[in-house]
Design a protein around this ligand. Sequence first.
Ligand code: GH3
Ligand code: MG
Ligand code: MG
Length: 553
Amino acid sequence: MILAFAAVAPLLLERIYDEELDRIERVEIAYKQTSDLAKQGAAAQNEVLTSARALVQTLVSAQSTFNPSADDCDKFLAKTAASTPWIKTLSVANLQGKIVCSSFPGTIGLDISQRPHFIQALETGGFVVSDYFIGIRLKLPTITVALVQSGPDDRPASVVTALLDLSWFDKVATTFVPPTGFMLMIDGKGTVLAQYPNGEDWVGREVASHPLVQAMLARPKGFIIGPGIDNVRRIFSFVQLPGTSTRIAVGLDEKEVLARASRAMWKAVAEAAAVAALVLLGIWFGGERLLVRPIRALVNTASRIGSGADKTHAADRPWAAEFVPLAVALDDMAGKLSEREQELRDSNAQLRELAQTDSLTGLANRRSFNERLMAEWEIAVRLRQPIAVLMIDVDFFKKFNDHYGHIQGDACLRKVSNVLMEGTRIRVEAPALAPKMDLPPSFQRVTGRVRRVDFAARFGGEEFAVLLQGADLEAALLVGERLRQSIEDLLMAHAGAPWGFVSISIGAASVLPSEQGNAERLIESADANLYKAKRQGRNRVTGSAPVPLSQVS
Ligand code: GH3
Ligand code: MG
Ligand code: MG
């Protein structure tokens, strides 16, 4: 977003600056236009006054044709006034200020001796212009000009006055001021003399407190932007009409003047916003495609590695150059991790085996025998079949060691182990196979059931244990006897034994396990039978019928 803004800001600022210049220019043009119009008004009134002056001068100098006391004076003035549209009344007053002759008969006899223009005319002896005022008779803004007429003796004899109206104002306004424009004329006291448009609503009203009027009265000419007396905001120019305290103001609708400028300004802002949006979109699109997507894909690859994928193909994808090393590194990591994992698995397996195996004989150790016994016990409970244990002890082994040494003792133990391993490595996967095997009849019966693997372990020292799943006592005694015979068949010399060869004694015990039963009792029972075998003379198998385990001990 900052990038988008940075891309657009100079553009926008330049446009705003241009538009501001344009606005200023427009206001200046409006000022010039309004000031021209105001000046035009002033010029129009000046023209009227100049013409009035010329006319009055002509009248006063035409003594021969224009004698105020003559009968046709009224007629002459009426004719002259009728030919000039902006002259309302032409009158002649005597030195006492009484009107003696007039184009409008109604004013004859009127006393104007106190009127400022009459007094001023007599005082100066020159051409005098009054301020505009709202005429008593016509209720229209009027202005009076006056000039002293000299008699044949060159002394002031009478005063000629002309009452002029503001017809020029409407002419200028309607001709030059646009329909939404505004033209106002006020006198020095802030009374509306004329206004365009809707003049009739305003003429005669006192608006001196209005800010515009206050500004107009404060200076002879100037500019102002603000609400007009009709409360529409305008750009105004005003001038004082020469020779009077009257001011004329021309205003143009501010909104209209600035309409184009503000339209252009909004256009500029909209353009900038569009460019900003495009840049933003571009950045987003580019960012999404070039950064976010690849990162997401790499994150996926990483989490695949985390969840154990041994091979990832991140590097095969078409990456942007910056991501290639990372993808390659991830693939590499996946490969290495899986190698390590394999190594770990292997060494774990080795450790497990080591932990379960007796190093001297290669048979399972006592701990794994106990674990196996627990597991087989559960199975036997479920299958409702007996389970048997053979406890085996080498006879007179201390003597063997004493006679042949420990190394030979170890070798003997390994040989015994081999026999146990060979003798118990019968695995019957399916009962149907059992009859084909060369086994004693009762063993076949045992294997005919669901018998798993017989499990031989070195229990400690020269003692071994064999677990027989599914074997009742009869079967256990049979297996025991077979093992005993196999050792005897080895005919390993044993000088310490009465019969001269190595032999083993076996205690067998079998039980139908129950959930409440205890596997340890089975071992104890087999152990007790082993001692019985020892006591009875060794090199024999002894077992007890399956008795309730509680009575075994
Ligand atoms: P019995 O007929 O009553 O079993 O007599 P025994 O001599 O076999 O009985 P005892 O338990 O007194 O002796 C066991 C001997 O086994 C003692 C020990 O030296 C020997 N032995 C135990 N473990 C090992 C072993 O790992 N290697 C060797 N070589 N001898 C062992
Ligand atoms: Mg022993
Ligand atoms: Mg022994």
